[in-house]
Design a protein around this ligand. Structure first.
Ligand SMILES: Cc1cc2nc3c(=O)[nH]c(=O)nc-3n(C[C@H](O)[C@H](O)[C@H](O)COP(=O)(O)OP(=O)(O)OC[C@H]3O[C@@H](n4cnc5c(N)ncnc54)[C@H](O)[C@@H]3O)c2cc1C
Ligand code: SF4
Length: 347
């Protein structure tokens, strides 16, 4: 690991000033993502500004919805009774990620800012435009089974790994920063274009202070398929938020994960669902629309039928046409982390 300076911030202003004036500086919260990248020789910050002691750990009512402080742990948010009840997809997404120990350390701001799990990015011996701009992309001609179906570029085909970000995108969450400004999900995260080294729209030294969830009176749900039932990232995932008007769907929001370098909202599918009676046939049509523009790579075409099936199942379970189920230990990890997670809520 390269040598670096460490500074614990006592206030948001102090943290922002310390990072803003030092080009190689960065924030650190739980450290569960950032330290790995430093140990793997991918990141070489000159200064780490620790924001974990800042008073950003409240979960409060806000404009009919909820404001979650940037420093709230993934565990605290996942098991918060109001969040579990009103924003189930977010709780399920958190519980479908990482492990208990990591979730205890991980923060709500750090989670969506974690970097890609593209294996070539994490191997300094490989060409990677995201790690070293201009060096090329080893994944394009390599084994690209975990890579993107949507929004890729000639410079980078990586996906974004955060489960939480997918749920936040479907729930129309907004990010508050010291800009000061409000950023709507999923605009926080960028597609690679020809600058894949830039993951987000945040400026250097811009600190996230909170995540806001707008008022929501419908049902939401998150499902994730992964290679093993625990401690693995999404191959594909799907977050659904449905608001009903009697028996009909008034508004549907659907975000896909594991398919692009940002949560992928599927506008044409959402439009198809609005105003309709929920049926399996309708959900299949919506899933077909969602994946109509997918551009598979050499090794990831399997994600298209997998993603369609997952989206249909997520819609069936969210609408109540099919009970939420899925035996523990299957690849449908949110059924493990979500439903079982909710039953396991500490009282
Ligand atoms: C083995 C393993 C398995 C995992 N599996 C999953 C999984 O299945 N699904 C999943 O979604 N995640 C998974 N994760 C990732 C985990 O969720 C993240 O590491 C964690 O959420 C990051 O939060 P943190 O607070 O530790 O961030 P840190 O590592 O401290 O920081 C991450 C980034 O966020 C920035 N940052 C932190 N706070 C702020 C702020 N307030 N404002 C601006 N920038 C900030 C940092 O500068 C850094 O760039 C896994 C991690 C590990 C190690
Ligand atoms: S896909 Fe992106 S992150 Fe992966 S090697 Fe290519 S440039 Fe790097």
């Amino acid at each position: 690991m390269h040598p670096f300076q460490y500074q614990r911030a006592d206030s948001a202003d102090q943290a922002v000033a310390a990072v803003a004036k030092t080009p190689g500086a960065t924030f650190i919260a739980g450290g569960t993502s950032h330290l790995d990248l430093m140990k793997e020789d991918v990141h070489h910050p000159s200064l780490l500004v620790d924001v974990s002691a800042l008073p950003l750990k409240q979960i409060t009512a806000f404009e009919g919805g909820v404001r979650i402080g940037a420093g709230v742990s993934n565990t605290a948010a996942a098991y918060h009774p109001d969040l579990q009840q009103r924003y189930a997809a977010m709780s399920e997404a958190l519980l479908a990620g990482a492990s208990v120990q990591i979730r205890n350390m991980a923060s709500m701001a750090g989670n969506p800012l974690q970097r890609t799990r593209c294996p070539y990015f994490r191997d300094p011996a490989q060409a990677c435009n995201k790690r070293t701009p201009g060096s090329g992309c080893a994944a394009i001609g390599g084994y690209n089974h975990v890579h993107a179906l949507f929004g890729a570029s000639k410079a980078c085909i990586a996906t974004h790994p955060s489960d939480l970000a997918v749920a936040l995108a479907a729930l129309d969450a907004r990010v508050q920063t010291t800009g000061p400004r409000t950023i709507a999900f999923p605009e926080l995260l960028r597609l690679p274009g020809d600058t894949p080294h830039l993951d987000t729209v945040l400026e250097h030294g811009e600190l996230i202070t909170a995540i806001d969830l707008p008022a929501f009176a419908g049902r939401s749900h998150y499902l994730k398929v992964r290679e093993r039932a625990s401690y693995a990232y999404a191959l594909v995932s799907c977050a659904v938020a449905l608001e009903m008007d009697g028996p009909k769907i008034r508004r549907a929001r659907v975000a896909l994960g594991g398919v692009a370098h940002k949560p992928w909202r599927v506008g044409p599918a959402e439009a198809l669902l609005a105003g309709q009676l929920p049926t399996e046939q309708l959900f299949q049509a919506a899933a077909n629309a969602a994946f109509a523009d997918a551009k598979p790579l050499e090794h990831n075409a399997y994600k298209i039928p997998m993603g369609r099936n997952l989206m249909v199942r997520a819609l069936l379970e969210t609408s109540g046409l099919q009970p939420m189920q899925g035996p523990a230990g299957t690849a449908f990890a949110a059924s493990v982390g979500g439903v079982a997670g909710r039953l396991a809520t500490p009282r």
